[in-house]
Design a protein around this ligand. Structure first.
Ligand code: AMP
Ligand code: MG
Length: 282
């Protein structure tokens, strides 16, 4: 990947070493141009993924408040066919959800084959907010890293392609964005005193993210760190990760589509043959 930072499995993540301001040496216009080209490719790939129906794509987005999860969903998914996409947002669990294991609500909504599923927050909250606020005892959330890896292994073994993106913004950038929401009456609906409260725990969140990214970046479901202080760069980096992750599967999809085409044509040919034979008998 050129624009995102790949977390190599088994390496320790240090977020302060990764510049959230990165621009890849591009201007905003250049970045938007490249983004548009990735987006067009993604559009074509989604059609093949959908028609072939052999894989599902699951995009997991995590990040602090204001990191741009909503904006990324709007921009990166905007070319895709809505029939083949579904976004799931994970909020504070309900009483029913809490009465089950933490993956119960997640597993129910993973995408079926052919579909693109986007998670706005995810099962990672169960080792992030849950850890920072001690919502369960430490031995319970500690066990979850392995449980998450096993869950993601199950999904990838059975046809789901997983892409995990952490939107990395700086603490200063978050402050700017929160203050901007207060200034702009049209954005004030997004405001939440809770965001300021969580912000006080910034360092604890960074520690929790570092451990999650370190322990749960695997060969089969790697984490990508997306420099996200610049929105155009964030979109570019995510779209590149998606395109480059999907590209190797295109041959599989093409083969599945060719086989389907052959079968349909043969079926039609047999049907026509039968019709002519019937007509001759009459
Ligand atoms: P938002 O994304 O701004 O709509 O907020 C959703 C809220 O739900 C965030 O504050 C999350 O931290 C919280 N949340 C999501 N999943 C969990 C979870 N498993 N346990 C506790 N809180 C969660
Ligand atoms: Mg929020």
């Amino acid at each position: 990947m050129h624009y995102a930072h790949t977390v190599i499995p088994g390496t320790q993540v240090r977020l302060r070493d990764i510049d959230p301001d990165a621009s890849g040496g591009l201007t905003k216009d250049e970045g938007r141009e490249r983004f548009a080209s990735f987006n067009a490719t993604l559009d074509a790939m989604q059609e093949e993924l959908y028609a072939a129906g052999v894989h599902a794509l699951l995009l997991i987005l995590q990040g602090m408040d204001t990191a741009g999860k909503d904006g990324a969903i709007r921009n990166v998914m905007h070319n895709l066919n809505p029939q083949g996409c579904r976004v799931e947002s994970f909020k504070v669990p309900t009483e029913e959800e809490l009465a089950h294991d933490f993956l119960w609500r997640v597993h129910k909504v993973v995408p079926r084959k052919g579909m693109v599923g986007v998670f706005n927050r995810s099962h990672y909250e169960d080792v992030l907010v849950v850890r920072v606020h001690s919502l369960v005892p430490e031995h319970v959330w500690r066990a979850r890293y392995d449980q998450i890896n096993a869950f993601e292994r199950l999904l990838t073994d059975t046809g789901t392609i997983i892409v995990k993106c952490f939107l990395h913004i700086s603490k200063d950038e978050q402050e700017k964005r929160l203050l901007a929401r207060e200034q702009d009456v049209t954005k004030a609906w997004k405001l939440s005193a809770g965001d300021w409260r969580e912000r006080e725990r910034w360092d604890e969140y960074m520690a929790a993210y570092e451990e999650a990214l370190t322990r749960c970046s695997t060969e089969y479901a790697p984490w990508y760190i997306i420099p996200a202080n610049r929105k155009w760069y964030r979109d570019l980096a995510i779209s590149e990760v998606l395109v480059e992750t999907l590209r190797p599967y295109r041959d599989d999809w093409q083969r599945a589509l060719d086989a389907m085409s052959q079968a349909r044509l043969a079926e039609l040919k047999a049907f026509r043959h039968q019709q002519t034979a019937g007509a001759t008998r009459l």
